[in-house]
Design a protein around this ligand. Structure first.
Ligand SMILES: Nc1nc2c(c(=O)[nH]1)N[C@H]1C(S)=C(S)[C@@H](COP(=O)(O)O)O[C@H]1N2
Ligand SMILES: [Mo]
Length: 329
Protein backbone atom coordinates (compact mmCIF):
# COMPACT_ATOMS: atom_id res chain seq x y z
CA UNK A 1 0.00 0.00 0.00
CA UNK A 2 1.45 3.38 -1.00
CA UNK A 3 1.01 6.39 1.27
CA UNK A 4 -0.40 9.45 -0.53
CA UNK A 5 2.19 12.06 -1.52
CA UNK A 6 2.76 14.55 1.29
CA UNK A 7 1.31 12.24 3.90
CA UNK A 8 3.44 11.75 6.97
CA UNK A 9 2.46 8.13 7.08
CA UNK A 10 5.34 6.07 5.76
CA UNK A 11 5.06 2.60 4.36
CA UNK A 12 6.56 1.21 7.55
CA UNK A 13 3.80 2.79 9.68
CA UNK A 14 1.20 0.78 7.85
CA UNK A 15 1.58 -2.55 9.53
CA UNK A 16 -0.22 -5.63 8.28
CA UNK A 17 -2.08 -5.50 11.57
CA UNK A 18 -3.16 -1.91 10.93
CA UNK A 19 -4.30 -2.77 7.42
CA UNK A 20 -6.09 -5.75 8.82
CA UNK A 21 -7.87 -3.73 11.48
CA UNK A 22 -8.84 -1.10 8.91
CA UNK A 23 -10.28 -3.70 6.63
CA UNK A 24 -12.23 -5.16 9.48
CA UNK A 25 -14.04 -1.86 10.05
CA UNK A 26 -15.83 -2.56 6.80
CA UNK A 27 -16.84 -6.02 7.86
CA UNK A 28 -20.23 -6.45 9.40
CA UNK A 29 -20.20 -5.65 13.12
CA UNK A 30 -20.09 -8.81 15.20
CA UNK A 31 -18.79 -9.91 18.57
CA UNK A 32 -15.77 -11.32 16.80
CA UNK A 33 -15.12 -8.12 14.89
CA UNK A 34 -15.42 -5.97 17.99
CA UNK A 35 -12.86 -8.04 19.89
CA UNK A 36 -10.39 -7.91 17.02
CA UNK A 37 -10.79 -4.15 16.68
CA UNK A 38 -9.72 -3.72 20.27
CA UNK A 39 -6.38 -5.35 19.59
CA UNK A 40 -3.67 -2.71 20.00
CA UNK A 41 -2.00 -1.40 16.86
CA UNK A 42 1.72 -2.03 16.67
CA UNK A 43 4.44 0.58 17.00
CA UNK A 44 6.07 1.55 13.71
CA UNK A 45 9.32 0.00 14.94
CA UNK A 46 7.58 -3.35 15.09
CA UNK A 47 6.13 -3.04 11.61
CA UNK A 48 6.59 -5.80 9.08
CA UNK A 49 6.50 -5.11 5.34
CA UNK A 50 3.03 -3.99 4.30
CA UNK A 51 3.36 -5.40 0.81
CA UNK A 52 1.68 -8.74 0.25
CA UNK A 53 3.99 -10.58 -2.16
CA UNK A 54 1.43 -13.27 -3.04
CA UNK A 55 -0.02 -13.45 -6.55
CA UNK A 56 -3.11 -11.32 -7.08
CA UNK A 57 -5.50 -14.28 -7.35
CA UNK A 58 -4.53 -15.39 -3.84
CA UNK A 59 -4.61 -11.87 -2.41
CA UNK A 60 -8.10 -11.35 -3.76
CA UNK A 61 -9.36 -14.75 -2.59
CA UNK A 62 -8.01 -14.00 0.90
CA UNK A 63 -9.48 -10.49 0.92
CA UNK A 64 -12.96 -11.86 0.34
CA UNK A 65 -12.81 -13.84 3.59
CA UNK A 66 -15.97 -14.02 5.64
CA UNK A 67 -15.81 -14.23 9.42
CA UNK A 68 -16.60 -17.55 11.04
CA UNK A 69 -18.72 -18.44 14.07
CA UNK A 70 -15.88 -20.81 15.06
CA UNK A 71 -13.67 -17.85 15.95
CA UNK A 72 -12.69 -17.09 19.52
CA UNK A 73 -13.15 -13.54 20.87
CA UNK A 74 -9.93 -13.71 22.91
CA UNK A 75 -7.34 -10.99 22.44
CA UNK A 76 -5.19 -11.55 19.36
CA UNK A 77 -1.49 -12.28 19.74
CA UNK A 78 0.28 -9.35 18.04
CA UNK A 79 1.47 -9.78 14.47
CA UNK A 80 5.12 -9.51 15.47
CA UNK A 81 4.81 -12.62 17.66
CA UNK A 82 2.70 -14.59 15.21
CA UNK A 83 5.31 -13.99 12.49
CA UNK A 84 8.46 -13.64 14.60
CA UNK A 85 8.23 -16.47 17.14
CA UNK A 86 7.86 -19.64 15.09
CA UNK A 87 8.61 -23.31 14.90
CA UNK A 88 9.65 -24.24 11.37
CA UNK A 89 12.73 -26.42 11.73
CA UNK A 90 13.37 -26.39 7.99
CA UNK A 91 14.71 -22.88 8.58
CA UNK A 92 16.45 -23.59 11.89
CA UNK A 93 15.47 -24.48 15.44
CA UNK A 94 15.62 -20.97 16.93
CA UNK A 95 12.30 -19.17 17.33
CA UNK A 96 13.53 -16.28 15.17
CA UNK A 97 15.18 -18.48 12.52
CA UNK A 98 12.05 -18.97 10.37
CA UNK A 99 11.55 -15.21 9.96
CA UNK A 100 15.27 -14.49 9.48
CA UNK A 101 16.23 -17.45 7.31
CA UNK A 102 12.92 -18.00 5.53
CA UNK A 103 13.03 -14.97 3.29
CA UNK A 104 14.66 -16.68 0.28
CA UNK A 105 11.99 -19.35 0.16
CA UNK A 106 9.74 -19.09 -2.92
CA UNK A 107 6.15 -20.14 -2.27
CA UNK A 108 5.00 -19.22 -5.79
CA UNK A 109 4.47 -20.80 -8.21
CA UNK A 110 3.30 -23.80 -6.14
CA UNK A 111 1.93 -27.22 -6.96
CA UNK A 112 0.31 -29.87 -4.81
CA UNK A 113 0.50 -33.57 -5.71
CA UNK A 114 -2.47 -35.68 -4.64
CA UNK A 115 -2.11 -39.47 -4.56
CA UNK A 116 -3.52 -42.64 -3.08
CA UNK A 117 -7.12 -43.61 -2.44
CA UNK A 118 -8.97 -40.83 -4.26
CA UNK A 119 -10.44 -40.14 -7.68
CA UNK A 120 -8.84 -36.72 -7.91
CA UNK A 121 -5.18 -37.70 -7.99
CA UNK A 122 -2.55 -35.76 -9.91
CA UNK A 123 -0.46 -32.64 -9.64
CA UNK A 124 -2.36 -29.36 -9.44
CA UNK A 125 -1.44 -25.71 -9.55
CA UNK A 126 -2.35 -24.15 -6.23
CA UNK A 127 -4.65 -21.69 -7.98
CA UNK A 128 -6.69 -24.53 -9.52
CA UNK A 129 -6.77 -26.48 -6.28
CA UNK A 130 -8.24 -23.51 -4.40
CA UNK A 131 -10.37 -22.06 -7.21
CA UNK A 132 -13.95 -21.38 -6.14
CA UNK A 133 -13.40 -22.30 -2.49
CA UNK A 134 -14.62 -19.63 -0.08
CA UNK A 135 -11.94 -18.36 2.30
CA UNK A 136 -12.97 -17.80 5.91
CA UNK A 137 -11.31 -16.02 8.77
CA UNK A 138 -10.88 -18.33 11.76
CA UNK A 139 -9.47 -16.91 14.97
CA UNK A 140 -8.08 -19.95 16.78
CA UNK A 141 -5.96 -20.68 19.80
CA UNK A 142 -2.69 -22.40 18.87
CA UNK A 143 -1.17 -24.52 21.66
CA UNK A 144 2.39 -25.70 21.11
CA UNK A 145 3.50 -28.90 22.84
CA UNK A 146 6.26 -26.73 24.38
CA UNK A 147 3.56 -25.10 26.58
CA UNK A 148 3.21 -21.68 24.95
CA UNK A 149 0.15 -20.50 23.07
CA UNK A 150 -1.14 -17.74 20.82
CA UNK A 151 -4.45 -16.51 19.41
CA UNK A 152 -4.12 -16.28 15.64
CA UNK A 153 -6.49 -14.86 12.99
CA UNK A 154 -6.03 -17.37 10.17
CA UNK A 155 -7.50 -17.19 6.71
CA UNK A 156 -8.22 -20.43 4.94
CA UNK A 157 -10.64 -22.91 3.45
CA UNK A 158 -12.35 -25.65 5.43
CA UNK A 159 -10.26 -28.79 4.88
CA UNK A 160 -13.46 -30.76 4.23
CA UNK A 161 -14.30 -28.55 1.24
CA UNK A 162 -10.83 -29.03 -0.24
CA UNK A 163 -10.69 -32.79 0.37
CA UNK A 164 -14.19 -33.39 -0.98
CA UNK A 165 -13.24 -31.99 -4.37
CA UNK A 166 -10.44 -34.61 -4.50
CA UNK A 167 -13.10 -37.31 -4.12
CA UNK A 168 -11.53 -39.67 -1.57
CA UNK A 169 -12.58 -43.33 -1.93
CA UNK A 170 -14.55 -44.89 0.92
CA UNK A 171 -11.48 -47.03 1.64
CA UNK A 172 -9.47 -43.92 2.58
CA UNK A 173 -9.24 -43.83 6.37
CA UNK A 174 -6.38 -41.36 6.80
CA UNK A 175 -4.92 -38.42 4.95
CA UNK A 176 -1.18 -37.73 5.01
CA UNK A 177 0.52 -34.41 4.32
CA UNK A 178 4.10 -33.68 3.32
CA UNK A 179 6.08 -30.44 3.43
CA UNK A 180 8.09 -29.38 0.41
CA UNK A 181 11.70 -30.59 0.29
CA UNK A 182 14.01 -27.81 -0.91
CA UNK A 183 17.32 -27.89 0.96
CA UNK A 184 18.64 -25.13 -1.27
CA UNK A 185 15.98 -22.75 0.11
CA UNK A 186 15.54 -24.34 3.55
CA UNK A 187 18.87 -24.34 5.40
CA UNK A 188 17.58 -26.60 8.20
CA UNK A 189 16.87 -29.41 5.75
CA UNK A 190 20.47 -29.53 4.62
CA UNK A 191 21.94 -29.30 8.09
CA UNK A 192 24.13 -32.23 9.09
CA UNK A 193 22.80 -31.87 12.64
CA UNK A 194 19.14 -31.91 11.61
CA UNK A 195 16.94 -32.63 14.64
CA UNK A 196 14.23 -34.35 12.59
CA UNK A 197 13.86 -36.18 9.28
CA UNK A 198 12.85 -34.26 6.15
CA UNK A 199 10.52 -33.84 4.44
CA UNK A 200 8.30 -33.13 7.44
CA UNK A 201 5.25 -35.40 7.36
CA UNK A 202 1.96 -35.37 9.24
CA UNK A 203 -1.41 -37.03 9.06
CA UNK A 204 -4.96 -37.11 10.32
CA UNK A 205 -7.67 -39.68 10.56
CA UNK A 206 -10.23 -38.97 7.84
CA UNK A 207 -12.93 -37.90 10.33
CA UNK A 208 -10.47 -35.49 11.94
CA UNK A 209 -9.51 -34.05 8.56
CA UNK A 210 -13.17 -33.63 7.59
CA UNK A 211 -14.13 -32.00 10.91
CA UNK A 212 -15.49 -28.47 10.40
CA UNK A 213 -12.78 -26.95 12.64
CA UNK A 214 -9.95 -28.30 10.48
CA UNK A 215 -8.59 -25.58 8.24
CA UNK A 216 -6.27 -25.41 5.25
CA UNK A 217 -4.79 -21.99 5.91
CA UNK A 218 -3.87 -19.63 3.08
CA UNK A 219 -3.31 -16.48 5.12
CA UNK A 220 -3.01 -14.80 8.49
CA UNK A 221 -3.87 -11.31 9.72
CA UNK A 222 -5.71 -10.44 6.52
CA UNK A 223 -2.84 -11.26 4.14
CA UNK A 224 -1.26 -14.31 2.56
CA UNK A 225 0.92 -16.50 4.78
CA UNK A 226 4.44 -15.23 5.38
CA UNK A 227 7.07 -17.89 4.64
CA UNK A 228 7.74 -18.45 8.34
CA UNK A 229 4.08 -19.40 8.90
CA UNK A 230 4.04 -22.03 6.16
CA UNK A 231 3.40 -20.25 2.86
CA UNK A 232 1.53 -20.80 0.70
CA UNK A 233 -0.60 -23.53 2.32
CA UNK A 234 -0.58 -25.09 5.79
CA UNK A 235 -2.77 -27.20 7.99
CA UNK A 236 -4.38 -25.80 11.15
CA UNK A 237 -5.93 -28.26 13.63
CA UNK A 238 -6.74 -26.12 16.66
CA UNK A 239 -7.49 -28.90 19.17
CA UNK A 240 -4.13 -30.61 18.62
CA UNK A 241 -0.60 -29.61 19.58
CA UNK A 242 0.92 -27.22 17.05
CA UNK A 243 3.28 -29.79 15.51
CA UNK A 244 0.29 -31.43 13.76
CA UNK A 245 -0.29 -28.19 11.82
CA UNK A 246 2.18 -28.97 9.04
CA UNK A 247 3.46 -26.08 6.92
CA UNK A 248 4.15 -25.48 3.21
CA UNK A 249 2.24 -28.56 2.05
CA UNK A 250 3.44 -30.10 -1.21
CA UNK A 251 1.77 -33.53 -1.08
CA UNK A 252 -1.56 -34.95 0.06
CA UNK A 253 -2.02 -38.74 0.19
CA UNK A 254 -5.16 -40.69 1.00
CA UNK A 255 -4.43 -44.01 2.68
CA UNK A 256 -5.97 -46.87 4.65
CA UNK A 257 -3.04 -47.05 7.11
CA UNK A 258 -2.15 -44.66 9.88
CA UNK A 259 0.61 -42.51 8.36
CA UNK A 260 3.95 -41.94 10.01
CA UNK A 261 4.41 -38.49 11.48
CA UNK A 262 7.66 -36.58 11.91
CA UNK A 263 7.68 -36.15 15.67
CA UNK A 264 6.48 -39.66 16.34
CA UNK A 265 9.35 -40.94 14.20
CA UNK A 266 11.76 -38.72 16.13
CA UNK A 267 10.54 -39.76 19.59
CA UNK A 268 7.42 -41.91 19.86
CA UNK A 269 7.49 -41.93 23.65
CA UNK A 270 7.13 -38.14 23.76
CA UNK A 271 5.01 -37.38 20.68
CA UNK A 272 2.09 -39.48 19.47
CA UNK A 273 0.00 -39.59 16.33
CA UNK A 274 -3.06 -38.06 17.99
CA UNK A 275 -1.39 -35.20 19.87
CA UNK A 276 -4.68 -33.88 21.20
CA UNK A 277 -4.10 -31.02 23.64
CA UNK A 278 -4.60 -32.61 27.04
CA UNK A 279 -3.75 -31.00 30.40
CA UNK A 280 -4.18 -34.39 32.10
CA UNK A 281 -1.42 -36.13 30.11
CA UNK A 282 1.96 -34.57 30.79
CA UNK A 283 4.86 -34.60 28.39
CA UNK A 284 7.47 -36.97 29.88
CA UNK A 285 9.72 -33.97 30.54
CA UNK A 286 7.23 -31.22 31.53
CA UNK A 287 3.69 -30.54 32.67
CA UNK A 288 0.96 -29.80 30.14
CA UNK A 289 -1.44 -28.38 32.76
CA UNK A 290 -0.66 -24.75 31.94
CA UNK A 291 0.60 -22.67 29.06
CA UNK A 292 2.24 -19.28 28.57
CA UNK A 293 -0.05 -17.16 26.44
CA UNK A 294 2.27 -14.99 24.37
CA UNK A 295 3.40 -12.29 24.71
CA UNK A 296 4.87 -13.58 27.96
CA UNK A 297 7.77 -11.98 29.81
CA UNK A 298 9.90 -12.75 32.85
CA UNK A 299 7.75 -10.46 35.01
CA UNK A 300 4.40 -11.11 33.38
CA UNK A 301 4.46 -14.75 32.38
CA UNK A 302 0.77 -14.73 31.51
CA UNK A 303 0.14 -18.33 32.51
CA UNK A 304 -3.29 -19.73 31.77
CA UNK A 305 -4.66 -23.21 32.39
CA UNK A 306 -4.56 -25.54 29.40
CA UNK A 307 -8.00 -26.82 28.43
CA UNK A 308 -8.87 -30.32 27.20
CA UNK A 309 -8.70 -30.33 23.39
CA UNK A 310 -7.44 -26.74 23.68
CA UNK A 311 -10.93 -25.53 24.57
CA UNK A 312 -12.61 -27.25 21.60
CA UNK A 313 -13.83 -30.31 23.54
CA UNK A 314 -17.54 -29.65 22.88
CA UNK A 315 -16.87 -29.88 19.16
CA UNK A 316 -14.32 -32.70 18.99
CA UNK A 317 -14.35 -34.91 22.11
CA UNK A 318 -16.84 -37.20 20.37
CA UNK A 319 -14.21 -38.16 17.81
CA UNK A 320 -12.31 -39.97 20.55
CA UNK A 321 -15.15 -41.62 22.44
CA UNK A 322 -14.03 -44.82 24.11
CA UNK A 323 -10.34 -44.22 23.41
CA UNK A 324 -7.80 -44.25 26.22
CA UNK A 325 -6.23 -40.80 25.77
CA UNK A 326 -3.25 -41.71 27.96
CA UNK A 327 -2.44 -44.49 25.49
CA UNK A 328 -3.38 -42.62 22.29
CA UNK A 329 -1.60 -39.36 23.15
N1 LIG B 1 7.00 -28.34 8.07
C1 LIG B 1 6.90 -27.97 9.35
N2 LIG B 1 5.67 -27.70 9.87
C2 LIG B 1 5.56 -27.33 11.16
C3 LIG B 1 6.69 -27.25 12.01
C4 LIG B 1 7.98 -27.52 11.43
O1 LIG B 1 9.04 -27.46 12.08
N3 LIG B 1 8.02 -27.88 10.10
N4 LIG B 1 6.55 -26.91 13.34
C5 LIG B 1 5.23 -27.17 13.95
C6 LIG B 1 5.09 -26.64 15.29
S1 LIG B 1 5.95 -27.43 16.52
C7 LIG B 1 4.25 -25.59 15.58
S2 LIG B 1 3.98 -25.09 17.18
C8 LIG B 1 3.58 -24.84 14.50
C9 LIG B 1 3.89 -23.36 14.63
O2 LIG B 1 3.17 -22.60 13.68
P1 LIG B 1 3.41 -21.03 13.58
O3 LIG B 1 4.91 -20.81 13.51
O4 LIG B 1 2.70 -20.57 12.35
O5 LIG B 1 2.84 -20.43 14.83
O6 LIG B 1 3.97 -25.27 13.20
C10 LIG B 1 4.09 -26.68 13.06
N5 LIG B 1 4.31 -27.02 11.67
MO1 LIG C 1 4.96 -26.76 18.50
Amino acid sequence: MKAPVGSKLTERDVTPEAIYLNRRQYLKASAVGAAALMAPALKASEAAPSVDPAPLWLQSQNKQASSSPFSTTEKLTPYEYVTGYNNFYEFGTGKDDPEKKGQDFKPHPWQVTVSGLAEGTGTFDLEDLLKGLAVEERIYRLRCVEAWSMVIPWLGVPMAALLKRLKPLSSARYVAFETVYRPEEMPGQGSFFAAIDYPYVEGLRMDEAMHPLTLMATGVYGRSLPNQNGAPLRLVVPWKYGFKSIKSIRKITFTDRQPQTTWEKANAREYGFYANVNPAVDHPRWSQAEERRLPSTLFASNRVPTLPFNGYADAVAGLYQGMDLTKYY
